[in-house]
Design a protein around this ligand. Structure first.
Ligand code: NAG
Ligand code: NAG
Length: 585
């Protein structure tokens, strides 16, 4: 009966409004992790095989200047979901670490942020998240789930509350040690030198210290090291968690067939929602390290495990598109494909294999605001509505998904807060030729590091860098000593006046504009400076979700599916349709 009524209403609105662009479409939003723009065939790669993702370009619109609001997972994903610069929600860090690394941290996407998912749910959409979340989990207890996807508008979740990390794969390596290599090395050296010096001084009689006290000191250091070792040995169990809705179903998750399991979750979700409007957010675990691929894809690409992983993800996209086709939903579904940021150049495995992607002609990568860090794939397909095979070179942002989808779904835009994204439809439909984003602000964690200006009546795209990362070793395009580039202090070079490029003729950011080469040089910088002032005036201080206190491991927030003595271990991922039946209707 309900279905009949819905069907009737659907036809009524269809009859009234006449075209599919005027009815509530479905959405399949696909986000890869750390995929470079140069990894895809449709963006020029000739050796990695991505035919299904490429088909989105062939049958839809390709954005060639699609810009991530941040070059790191947590802030970039917060921006997509809220349509706002992540600094507005406190999802940017003032410290070294810009993302969550423990499942038992207390920070996360604040409950008073409005995601487009929440708005769509209110419009009657069925909303599912499959894959990575990385926007926090708990606030005060291990099961309050205050930052959980189900709090933010999703009514189905199958995936990782945190993220995939090297440590999540047995023998995959240790990200904490890799990331903090220099700090760990210095700390260990300092402790050893201090202890030896103290010992020598005591032996020489220059310092008198009771042997007992000295013994205690040694014991304390040994115990501390042992505790740290114990913690890191349990890192995988504690942080690599797979959940279905609020329940932990695999701890630690296994990489085996994870992409296949996610794919079958995605197609089941589409299948059981085919008769009502739905939003599927397919947030891929690949191609973040630890890399993995199913046996069918292992060793099959020309780019090692990284390529295998990309090609399996492409297969998965193909399965999702096929299920839309089979259910006759292609002309009623807007499909979007992107990556949360550029490829992670510093990802070299312990055996020396390249585990990061390719950013094509663009400089730098993940965690930098060079184009390689923020210019990501942007593909949109809506059969029968968007002209197939079009390419748009105007600046667009991953924050644009928010207003685009909210408007298409006939939900009201929030009026109590600033939304930085812009409706993409006029550009996509060809109604306008010029992006509404006159300015875009590129943040490195909480620090504004570059500004982009696309003047209203010009094809130029000016980009001014206030600071740039110091690549290490020099001459490379990455920060190999810290594993990601950092945003402050000696890790960056400040530019005053800013380093200015015109991306419309210098997309590789290789020759800065000078007063001699550009007569308008000073005026251009003045306009950008004023835009920064105006932008800063719109920021209000909010609680910082990435303070040290919000990132660190808090034992009382630790999600654990068994007793501690069983090492938080369980495996109940009965991934079959029988398991899903329980959640249908
Ligand atoms: C294609 O992608 C691979 C893997 O990231 C990369 O090594 C290769 O250079 C890319 N090829 C081209 C032609 O861009
Ligand atoms: C959310 O709450 C915080 C803390 O009370 C506040 O600073 C912030 O402005 C609120 N955000 C919104 C969008 O209302």
């Amino acid at each position: 009966m309900k279905i009949l009524l819905a069907f009737f209403l659907l036809h009524l609105t269809r009859g009234n409004l006449g075209q599919s662009a005027n009815m509530q479409p479905n959405y399949v939003l696909i986000m890869a992790d750390d995929l470079g723009i140069g990894d895809l065939g449709c963006y020029g790669n000739t050796t990695l095989r991505t035919p299904h993702i490429d088909s989105l370009a062939k049958d839809g619109v390709t954005l060639t200047q699609h810009i991530a609001a941040a070059a790191l997972c947590t802030p970039s994903r917060a921006a997509v979901l809220t349509g706002r610069y992540p600094i507005r929600s406190g999802m940017t860090s003032f410290r070294r670490i810009g993302v969550y690394i423990f499942a038992a941290g207390s920070g996360g996407l604040p409950t008073n942020e409005t995601t487009f998912v929440k708005l769509l749910k209110e419009q009657g959409y069925s909303t599912g998240l499959i894959g990575k979340w990385h926007l926090g989990l708990n606030c005060e207890s291990s099961e309050d789930h205050c930052h959980h996807p189900l709090w933010h508008g999703f009514d189905y979740f199958y995936g990782l509350p945190l993220t995939n990390l090297r440590n999540c794969k047995p023998n995959g390596g240790n990200i904490i040690i890799v990331g903090a290599r220099s700090t760990v090395r210095t700390a260990v050296q300092v402790v050893i030198v201090a202890l030896i010096t103290l010992l020598l001084l005591c032996l020489l009689g220059l310092v008198t210290m009771p042997w007992k006290a000295l013994g205690f000191l040694f014991l304390a250091v040994v115990l501390l090291l042992a505790a740290l070792l114990l913690f890191f040995s349990q890192f995988r169990n504690l942080n690599c968690i797979l959940m279905r809705n609020r329940r932990i179903i695999q701890q630690p998750f296994t990489c085996e067939n994870l992409t296949q399991r996610m794919t079958s979750e995605a197609t089941s979700f589409i299948g059981r929602n085919s008769d009502r409007p739905f939003l599927l957010f397919m947030s891929f675990i690949p191609v973040h390290t630890a890399l993995y691929a199913s046996p069918e894809f292992l060793g099959k690409s020309r780019h090692g495990l990284y390529g295998d992983s990309v090609e399996e993800m492409d297969w998965s996209v193909g399965q999702i598109l096929a299920s839309l086709e089979m259910l006759n939903l292609s002309s009623r579904t807007l499909v979007y494909f992107t990556s949360d940021q550029g490829a992670h150049i510093e990802e070299i495995s312990e055996s020396g294999e390249v585990h990061g992607g390719w950013n094509g002609i663009y400089k730098g990568g993940k965690s930098t605001n060079w184009e390689g860090g923020i210019r990501v794939p942007g593909l949109l397909r809506w059969s029968g509505v968007l002209t197939a095979g079009r390419s748009i070179d105007e600046p667009t942002s991953n924050m644009d998904i928010f207003p685009t989808i909210v408007k298409l779904s006939k939900a009201a835009m929030p009026s109590d807060r600033i939304i930085d994204g812009r409706d993409l439809m006029p550009l996509l439909l060809g109604d306008v030729q010029h992006s509404e984003h006159e300015f875009l602000f590129h943040y490195c964690n909480s620090y504004l590091s570059a500004v982009r200006w696309h003047p209203r009546h010009s094809s130029s795209v000016w980009k001014a860098h206030l600071f740039t990362p110091n690549f290490n070793p020099e001459g490379t395009q990455g920060c190999f000593d810290t594993h990601v580039c950092l945003c402050y202090g000696d890790y960056v070079s400040r530019h005053d006046p800013p380093l200015l490029y015109d991306l419309s003729c210098d997309p590789t950011e290789s020759s800065p504009v000078t007063p001699a080469s550009e007569p308008q040089y000073h005026q251009i910088l003045d306009v950008m400076r004023e835009a920064v002032e105006r932008h800063r005036g719109t920021l209000t201080p909010v609680p910082d979700q990435l303070t040290l206190n919000n990132i660190i491991w808090k034992p009382w927030l630790q999600p654990c599916c068994s007793t501690v003595w069983e090492h938080c271990h369980c495996d109940n991922d009965t991934n079959s349709n029988t398991a899903l039946n329980g959640t249908t209707d």
